[in-house]
Ligand binder design. Structure first.
Ligand SMILES: CC(C)(COP(=O)(O)OP(=O)(O)OC[C@H]1O[C@@H](n2cnc3c(N)ncnc32)[C@H](O)[C@@H]1OP(=O)(O)O)[C@@H](O)C(=O)NCCC(=O)NCCS
Length: 170
């Protein structure tokens, strides 16, 4: 059974395995919060994520946010990163929600499921409407967003989708 948990110290070993898989695949980290910046120190990574979650990050360029790990059979099969508000960069490019599925667990519906749960989380926190973006050539991500009723606003290299009331902006 799939579950989502706030990223925490107890997940470190499982995160290491996820990270190794991403590095072996040669992909860039995406939707995993600050993981890319703290690959050598996962304790620090968790510390940083906890501060961002509480809105007390030392880095003023980071908005408050929540990183959740998706677990199945005691394995981290995905990450979802929710930004609680948009700054200039997020409004133009990053959006509210990023996600990543373990390379060995793709095309099983996990990406669609995680975005759906992240949308529920946003609604509970009054983060609405929700901006979700992806690169034009990221077919998997496009389908994940469209399966979650994302409405395409802008065509281009970055596709911008809104989930929520039409024409409403934050
Ligand atoms: C994008 C990503 C999250 C999709 O996750 P996933 O778990 O494979 O997605 P799902 O299984 O829910 O797939 C949704 C649909 O897209 C399709 N799909 C997924 N990846 C695909 C791909 N690479 N090419 C074509 N179709 C794809 C699935 O078959 C499914 O189709 P269906 O609706 O007909 O069933 C995953 O590929 C990933 O982690 N990529 C790297 C990180 C990333 O790009 N994140 C998004 C931007 S932050």
């Amino acid at each position: 059974m799939l579950s989502l948990e706030l990223v925490d110290y107890c997940h470190i070993d499982k995160i290491q395995e996820f990270m190794n898989a991403i590095n072996q695949s040669g992909e860039v980290f995406c939707g995993t919060g600050m993981l890319m910046n703290f690959q050598d120190d996962l304790t620090k990574y968790i510390q940083v994520e906890k501060k961002i979650h509480l809105g007390i990050s030392e880095d003023s360029s980071l908005v408050p946010g929540t990183t959740l790990v998706c677990l199945e059979n005691d394995e981290v099969v995905g990450f979802v990163n929710i930004r609680h508000c948009l700054n200039e960069f997020l409004l133009a490019k990053g959006g509210h929600i990023g996600y990543s599925v373990h390379p060995m667990h793709r095309k099983k519906g996990y990406g669609t499921w995680m975005l759906n749960k992240a949308i529920d989380y946003c609604k509970q926190k009054d983060i609405y409407p929700i901006l979700v973006t992806c690169d034009k050539d990221n077919i998997g991500s496009r389908r994940v967003i469209e399966a979650n009723k994302g409405k395409l606003e802008t065509e281009g290299v970055t596709l911008r989708y809104w989930i929520g009331k039409e024409n409403e902006r934050l």
